[in-house]
Design a protein around this ligand. Sequence first.
Ligand code: KG4
Ligand code: ZN
Length: 516
Amino acid sequence: MGVARVRDMKPEDLPAVVAIEAASFRSPWTYGMLREELDQESGWRSVAEDATGRVVGFLLGRCYPDAWHVVDLAVAPDRRRRGVGGALLDDFLRAADECGVEVVLEVRPGNAEAVSLYGPRGFAVVGIRPKYYPDTDEDAFVMVRPLRTAGEREDGAGGLTGPLLAIESSCDDSAAAVLSPEGRVLSAVTHSQDAIHERYGGVVPEVASRAHVERMTAVVAETLREGGCPLDDLGGVAVTVGPGLIGALLIGVQTAKAIAWSRRLPFFPVNHIHGHLAAAWLADPGAEFPMVTLVASGGHTVLIRVDGRTTFRLLGQTLDDAAGEAFDKGARLLGLGYPGGRELDELAEKGDPESFSFPIGLRRSSRPDFSFSGVKTALYYLLRRMTPDERAARAADLAASYRKAIVEALVGKAVRTAQCEKVRTLAAAGGVAANSLLRRRLTEAGSLAGLHVVIPPPALCTDNAAMIGAAALAGPRLDYPHYLAVDASASLALGRWMSTGPDEMPPPVDERRFSR
Ligand code: KG4
Ligand code: ZN
């Protein structure tokens, strides 16, 4: 049941309003504070009613002569995601438009639901208020919805007026892509550092950073050339700000900030995991939300419920190694190259998956979590008992059986979680989603369970910048100069878009000194 009508708040509504407030925020306003709002001279207070007359949400605002402020917006927990917040907000925005004022609000950067409510309604992040929320010391995004003037040009997503350049450097791939404002990929270039790290048998962070420095400019230049988009035609710049290797991230972030700064372009900070999730709707724009997405790569193995392009919740994850790590370590034990996942996959195609039995991690647990340390240890002890000749003769069978154990764990948990969450779409992303058995088995088992299965092409599964651009077009936008303090963050949590540096807001900039 949605909203039947939006009307002015009456004193009789206060008990319902207090209950919704208490159920919505960690530091809720008290009865007394809400009561005072009813008498505020410049105050706006509205409630949303359902068809039975029950109050299911409310909005408090302040109407100043030059700008209106959204002070508090909350929806009853059992009525969320049904357009209640949107109805309250649209009513407020309509009135603001009629009075010819812009609308301002603060939001927690981690509040993905709020960002997705305001973004499509023309709000853009214009700044950060450091440590705005006393309960968590969190920063606030300041979002503004500028006045719409008659005859204004219709822009693409994120208000872009030209193509978006996206940059990714969180691990060992230097990547860039150009997307149209509508999200079509015009060009994408990925420079893999596999050959550099092979001799160390793993990614060496310092070596990765240096390789990014050496290549990033050329990768960006090549991407712009292939996309037919000179620097001066760009409409915005997006970049992965975390999580990842801090030194590697920094190269992408500084490159993106420098390009955005030099042209005063808007800047789009992207969470790497949000990027992997976006690969699903980039590959299949018609795929329906909500979906459950498996992100399996060298660094992550997680199951995420995705309710919309910026609304998601972590459901489960690996308790030890990531799936890609398990593939890479297995490949190493089998004497294959680095990173090894793909080589092991190719070798496994020639072997018999039934010839050896490997443990399938947490198979009997109903939790949506994974464990891959057992399968790796089992391979280690099995190989120790074999002679070098046996190992060579049975390499393909070993690879096939090992691959099967990892894939069955991923497929079993992914399908079961999608069923438990009652979604109709199951997606997979991350480097391990390039695995040929995983692609076959997930499609098979998912379809059998009545799910629509989305597995992007391998180039969109492994780290790439096209997915970063797709995530950016759904996420927050920062206009110049508000992004100058945005920093790389090695451990950015899911649902966080960015962190700011020690100086928080940049010092005032004298525009004349920098004019081109
Ligand atoms: O997403 P990604 O490119 O980078 C990270 O964020 O980690 O994933 C890389 C991982 C590596 O562990 C690699 O071995 C694995 O994905 N991988 C594969 C395959 N292709 C890449 N694993 C299994 N089968 C494959 N075909
Ligand atoms: Zn990745």
